[in-house]
Design a protein around this ligand. Structure first.
Ligand SMILES: Nc1ncnc2c1ncn2[C@@H]1O[C@H](COP(=O)(O)OP(=O)(O)OP(=O)(O)O)[C@@H](O)[C@H]1O
Ligand SMILES: [Mg+2]
Length: 458
């Protein structure tokens, strides 16, 4: 069942229940009040009549006194204590015949339903005792058909039934309007989502009115999600295009040397040797580049870190030894105290430190200093070189993927321009920061800020 139909039916059913309950209260209150009023009026009339009656009047005179009090379809009787009727006047003999006379020493009203001319009729009967010398000498019995009440009751029932019907119709119409109002934006959202599903292209929901309600919030959240998706897709596209562009150069070099070998054969040993060497170096470059691509994808994928307490001093000492022996460069490690411990993903942190040291080695020729410091609440790893430095205007760009300040030099050193982008991702995963200070021709300092882990001293 459609949600609109559901809302419609539920609201209509509920409104019907409410209307019926309200109508029942109105109906029963009306009946009670009207009946009470009629009873009181009859009692008053009977009391008035008793005051006017004279015991010593002749029956004809008494009858003459009673007759003006008759209302349409009524009777008035005077009953002796034994139950004998001494006087009776009526304008409806059938009615009088149906109601048995009854002596009563207490004032009271009763109601009786009788069948007259195949119709149910409500009769109100009032009995008021007649006193003389402190004794009850008879009862004045007043009976009348409650025609007005019956009419009023029927009329009220018709009005209430009509109102209930009208309420149900209005509620159906209102429910349909309301459910359309709610469902229109939802239908727009469903259509947009179906479009996205079919075309595979992210698309935003058009928000026509600023309603500031939950549905608008839903649409705004959805649009934000689509925006992020679009930006990620855009980044991916950009990466693929940049990566293919980067791979193109070494591949072109490989292809041209391979062509040369094909054309000239390997008769000319010198040419062949140069060609093979170049092919080897470009293939190594591609290999290095693809490794970098994978590292970048890994640090961007949002994979969870495998954090644990790490002896930072030992880790840096280890890296220093490895690089020192590989590059034959002087690298000094400075720290105070015995050792510094941090909570981090060891492999990733090692990768980030190597990226910084590798840059320092590549872009300088003198010694390199590595400092480990505590700057509460951070642990800082500072790599300082005394090399070519970075122009101030370029510092903001060096964390961008594939960005190299001096492309020719970078190519010489085998740089892909991804190192710092990877290091930045790693530090971001650790909720830290990376800062660069550099002066062209003087040197560069790169700092990794690792924050303390919540709830620990590390
Ligand atoms: N210590 C530094 N001294 C001078 N320039 C630097 C230094 N570190 C980085 N750069 C500049 O920033 C650029 C980006 O560095 P990044 O480490 O991202 O790439 P790369 O070193 O060229 O390549 P990769 O690290 O991927 O092999 C470098 O190409 C270089 O121009
Ligand atoms: Mg680098």
């Amino acid at each position: 069942m459609k949600i609109t139909t559901k809302i419609n039916l539920i609201t209509t059913a509920w409104i019907l229940v409410v209307l019926i309950a309200v109508n029942a209260v109105v109906f029963f209150s009306f009946m009670k009040i009207t009946v009470n009023m009629e009873d009181n009026a009859l009692i008053q009339k009977a009391g008035q009549l008793i005051k006017e009656l004279n015991q010593h009047d002749t029956p004809a005179a008494t009858k003459a006194q009673l007759t003006p009090y008759l209302t349409p379809h009524s009777f008035i009787r005077i009953i002796q204590p034994g139950g004998k009727v001494t006087h009776q006047v009526t304008n409806d003999t059938h009615l009088a015949a149906k109601i048995k006379p009854q002596f009563a020493s207490e004032k009271g009203t009763t109601r009786s339903t009788i069948r007259l001319n195949n119709q149910e009729e409500q009769i109100a009967i009032v009995r008021v005792p007649i006193h003389a010398d402190g004794q009850v000498i008879g009862t004045l019995e007043f009976g009348e058909k409650l025609k007005g009440l019956e009419l009023g009751k029927d009329l009220l029932l018709s009005i209430l039934a009509f109102c209930t019907f009208l309420g149900a119709v209005l509620s159906l119409l209102g429910g349909r309007w309301l459910s359309n109002l709610i469902m229109r934006p939802i239908s727009t959202m469903i259509n947009t989502m179906e479009d996205i599903e079919q075309s595979g292209i992210p698309k935003k929901i058009v928000i026509q009115h600023e309603t500031k309600d939950e549905l608008q919030k839903l649409a705004v959240t959805f649009n934000r999600m689509i925006e992020r998706l679009e930006s990620n897709l855009e980044k991916q596209k950009q990466f693929i295009s940049d990566a293919s562009h980067e791979l193109k150069t070494p591949l072109t070099v490989i292809k041209s040397y391979a062509d040369l070998l094909l054309r000239r054969g390997i008769q000319n040993k010198e040419v062949a040797h140069d060609a093979i060497e170049s092919i080897h170096s470009e293939a190594t470059r591609i290999q290095r580049m693809t490794e970098r691509f994978l590292d970048l994808a890994d640090t961007e994928s949002g994979n969870l870190l495998e954090t644990k307490p790490i002896n930072l001093t030992a880790l840096c000492e280890n890296i220093r030894k490895q690089l020192k022996s590989a590059y034959k460069r002087e690298i000094d490690l400075h720290y105070q105290g015995d050792s510094i411990t941090v909570i981090a993903d060891e492999l990733k942190l090692k990768q980030a430190i190597i990226i910084l040291m590798d840059n320092a080695i590549k872009y300088s020729s003198e010694k390199i200093d590595v400092y480990l410091e505590k700057k509460e609440p951070f642990t800082v790893i500072r790599v300082k070189d005394y090399g070519i430095g970075i122009p101030e205007s370029e510092i903001g760009n060096i964390f961008e993927r594939f960005y190299r300040v001096d492309k020719a030099r970078s190519r010489e050193t085998g740089g892909t321009g991804l190192g710092l982008a990877i290091a930045k991702n790693i530090i971001k995963q650790h909720h830290g920061e990376i800062k660069v200070r550099s002066t062209e021709g003087v040197g560069t300092e790169v700092e990794l800020y690792l924050p303390k882990r919540k709830g620990t001293d590390l």
